[in-house]
Design a protein around this ligand. Structure first.
Ligand SMILES: [Zn+2]
Length: 161
């Protein structure tokens, strides 16, 4: 990829990162409202010894994408952006334009998806099962269990892109 194109991708990633951070801030804001007085700002939540609150707040699509964007920006800085992590071939520009943080070329991605599909579906059902049946007074426990699954999902997804 040419320097000019890399710069463009970097800008795309940085812009998207800003949007996501704003959304994340709003999410924390909302979380704070529903947990009146428990936490006062992002820094405090982040430095809290109990990271549950932050993790629950961020363990969503936004947070996952944010991490992928950070990783992509790191790859740009390291000079190996756009190289498939699996086979080492250049990822097609069209794919990078569609998914700027892609780490796998199309064929490696498809390969991985076949491998993980069944397992991912199963986990999705497990998670929904937990969310659909919150019982009074058990919310914290449910959140933790859900979060555990969510984190596993996030980690797996990291390997997939
Ligand atoms: Zn590949």
């Amino acid at each position: 990829m040419q320097k000019k194109e890399l710069k463009q991708m970097e800008n795309v990633l940085l812009n998207r990162k800003e949007v996501l951070l704003r959304e994340l801030e709003e999410r924390v804001e909302k979380y704070r409202d529903t947990n009146s007085g428990k936490m006062t700002d992002i820094a405090e939540i982040a430095s809290s010894s109990s990271t549950d609150e932050l993790e629950i707040t961020v363990a969503e699509e936004d947070a996952r994408e944010l991490k992928q964007i950070e990783d992509a920006l790191a790859r740009i800085r390291a000079g190996h952006y756009g190289v498939c992590e699996q086979c080492g071939q250049m990822i097609k520009k069209a794919r990078l334009k569609a998914i700027p943080f892609a780490t796998l070329c199309v064929s490696c991605k498809e390969e991985e998806e076949r491998e993980y599909d069944e397992k991912a579906t199963q986990m999705r059902y497990d998670a929904e099962d937990i969310i659909d049946k919150p019982e009074h007074g058990e919310t914290d426990e449910i959140d933790r269990r859900y979060l555990g699954k969510k984190i596993i999902e996030l980690e797996r997804d990291d390997n997939r892109n």
